[in-house]
Design a protein around this ligand. Structure first.
Ligand code: PHE
Length: 323
């Protein structure tokens, strides 16, 4: 019995000296573990004379309960202190901010331009980047001997396909699959085997526009383009139409803009050539329409004052973060 009360004191004293949870656990194993001191004492019961067994057993149970209680209180108090004194968490430090991604300037420009045409009732449609000669040339009234069919101006695959060199392919695909009236724009990538320099890239973006109805005149083209350019560059923008030639429009023009920085060539356009209508099965005497094609990089460079087209494709964050 004296052993038991001195063991109790021993536990009490040791617990007051513990400040480290690891040491506390070692102590707990020493006293309360399966092979610990208290478990040993339980084994002794069997060796005692019968009349002492009951009293000793009760006292030993009390000691065990006391020890369990004391250890769990100590564990709780150490955890509590730990939370208060833990230096690794400082609630006054500023938070870690999340780095948000941004839209690429080309994507932004495409969306900005598309929004303007959507407000004018145009629908944004998609085309294909891998095309056939038919959609890239033949159906667009580009004859077999036209220089742009040369391998030098178009990427051809070995299986007789090509990477489209213009988004005008989408004009054909849309007219083939829908009946007039039609009002679409088609943004996307085009490919031409140009040597890369500050103003050329073998891949760039165009936005094609096409409007067809029973009566869609050249004035409609002018009106739509004027609203578009004013929205994009401001009310003071001036626009100029220069006669040009495209095999799939007649008459054809190149459109220049000037918003105080001199005249800049911006897009090609014209009235859809009757030969194209015939090709897609529209009656050339019953429908009329216009088409235009503009270079997205060109417009983005003008808008943001970018001097070198290659900056768009290099994924340099110092450049991209500015938008
Ligand atoms: N596809 C022509 C080009 O890439 C642009 C264009 C489109 C011209 C539609 C007229 C009508 O240069």
């Amino acid at each position: 019995m004296t052993d038991l009360s001195s063991l109790q004191k021993e536990i009490q004293e040791k617990l007051t000296q513990v400040h480290d949870p690891k040491v506390l656990e070692e102590l707990r194993v020493e006293y309360l573990g399966r092979k610990g001191k208290i478990a040993d004492l339980f084994k002794n019961i069997a060796t005692l004379p019968n009349e002492e067994k009951r009293q000793f057993g009760q006292a030993l149970n009390q000691l065990k309960e006391f020890a369990e209680q004391a250890f769990s209180e100590k564990t709780a108090s150490l955890e509590n202190q730990g939370a208060k004194t833990d230096q690794s968490f400082d609630p006054t430090l500023p938070g870690v901010s999340t780095k948000l991604g941004k839209l690429h300037p080309i994507t932004r420009t495409i969306r900005e331009i598309s929004d303007i045409f959507v407000r004018l009732g145009f629908e944004v449609v998609d085309g294909r980047e891998i095309e056939t000669e038919f959609y890239n040339f033949t159906a667009l009234n580009i004859p077999l001997d036209h220089p742009s069919r040369d391998a030098f101006d178009t990427f051809y695959t070995e299986q007789g396909h090509l990477l489209r060199s213009q988004t005008s392919t989408v004009q054909i695909r849309m007219m083939q699959s829908r009946k007039p009236p039609l009002r679409i724009i088609a943004p996307g990538r085009v490919y031409r085997p140009d040597t890369m320099d500050a103003s050329h890239s073998f891949m760039f973006h165009q936005i094609e526009g096409l409007m067809v109805d029973d009566r869609t005149t050249f004035s409609d083209l002018k009106g739509v383009l004027h609203v578009f350019l004013r929205t994009l560059f401001g009310d003071d923008v001036k626009m100029r139409f220069r006669p040009h030639f495209f095999p799939f429009t007649e008459p054809s023009v190149e459109v220049d803009v000037n918003w105080g920085k001199g005249w800049l060539e911006l897009l090609g356009a014209g009235q859809v050539d009757p030969a194209v209508f015939k090709e897609v099965g529209y009656h050339p005497n019953k429908v009329q329409g216009f088409a235009f094609g503009l270079g997205v990089e060109r417009i983005a460079m003008l808008k943001y004052g970018i001097k070198d087209i290659r900056l768009f494709y290099e994924n340099d964050l110092r450049f991209l973060k500015q938008f």
